[in-house]
Write a protein that binds this ligand. Structure first.
Ligand code: 3PY
Ligand code: MG
Length: 263
């Protein structure tokens, strides 16, 4: 089976941070361009991105033509969708709102073939992209990341992290802040302490730890903190920032919509 470079970097204890791109734009050409930008992975965001399954498929095909690992954030922990996204060739799933161990078990089970899980057979593009031994080898190559992004998940952290088969976690700092009573995109000590606790608890179990970041400065801070993988904002935010930069440098300060929490 085709190896998952992201997972192999992690297992080899990569000495550099892993960079993940986050796509909300429903476009395969944009996915191809971003996949060739030097990132380690590209995540197609089905939860808040402007695409559905039919647009995701050519995006995964485009990412497959680049060195980046194709990942998908699903919109919810729904086994049928998770299985279909894996069949489409995603090499990792980021599952949002994994608030307790039961949700986490459902997530992991949907990703793994029996006897480890209950993923249904029909690997489709998984087989085409992954290789003829996909069904027997996929368990060792797919990255399964549970999003920790609520107060409830903090309360259930140990039980969530103990679910067998989970590769690691991905922190959603915006939803985490909201669920703790704060606005996203603002540095709040209580939220920072919670993020540090999640990080250390996951690291102590040898799990893969990623986090969404507001921008590149925030991503640098998260790398120094010890995160394996960082997402320095999403594609639309980065595109907007680039145009804002050109507008400001050519015409001086201009009125424009700001960004919030990396979006
Ligand atoms: C969050 O910060 O809540 C996220 O889900 C990142 O997209
Ligand atoms: Mg979120």
């Amino acid at each position: 089976m085709r190896a998952n470079p992201l997972l192999h970097h992690f297992r080899a204890r990569a000495t550099r941070p892993l960079i993940n791109a986050w796509m909300s734009l429903p476009d395969s050409y944009a996915a191809e361009v971003i996949g060739h930008a030097g990132v380690d992975s590209v995540t197609v965001d089905l939860q808040h991105g402007m695409m559905g399954f039919d647009q995701m498929l050519p995006m995964l095909q485009a990412i497959s033509s680049t060195p980046a690992t194709p990942l998908v954030r699903v919109s919810t922990c729904e086994p049928a969708t998770i299985m279909k996204v894996l069949d489409a060739g995603a090499y990792g799933i980021i599952c949002p709102q994994v608030d307790n161990a039961e949700i986490c078990r459902r997530f992991v089970s949907a990703c793994l073939y029996p006897p480890s899980g209950n993923r249904s057979f029909g690997p489709s593009r998984g087989l085409t992209y992954g290789g003829s031994d996909y069904v027997t080898k996929s368990e060792g190559e797919l990255l399964l990341l549970a999003m920790i992004e609520s107060r409830e998940a903090l309360d259930n952290l140990d039980d969530i992290l103990d679910v067998p088969g989970l590769s690691g976690i991905y922190i959603g700092p915006n939803d985490l802040a909201l669920s703790m009573g704060y606005m996203p995109g603002v540095v709040i000590t209580e939220v920072e302490q919670a993020i540090e606790r999640v990080l250390q608890t996951a690291l102590s179990r040898g799990l893969f730890v990623g986090i969404f970041c507001a921008d590149e400065c925030n991503a640098k801070k998260r790398v120094e903190q010890g995160f394996h993988l960082v997402t320095p904002g999403n594609d639309a935010g980065i595109l907007r920032k680039s145009y804002q930069y050109y507008c400001q440098s050519l015409c001086g300060v201009q009125e424009s919509w700001g960004q919030n929490g990396g979006y």
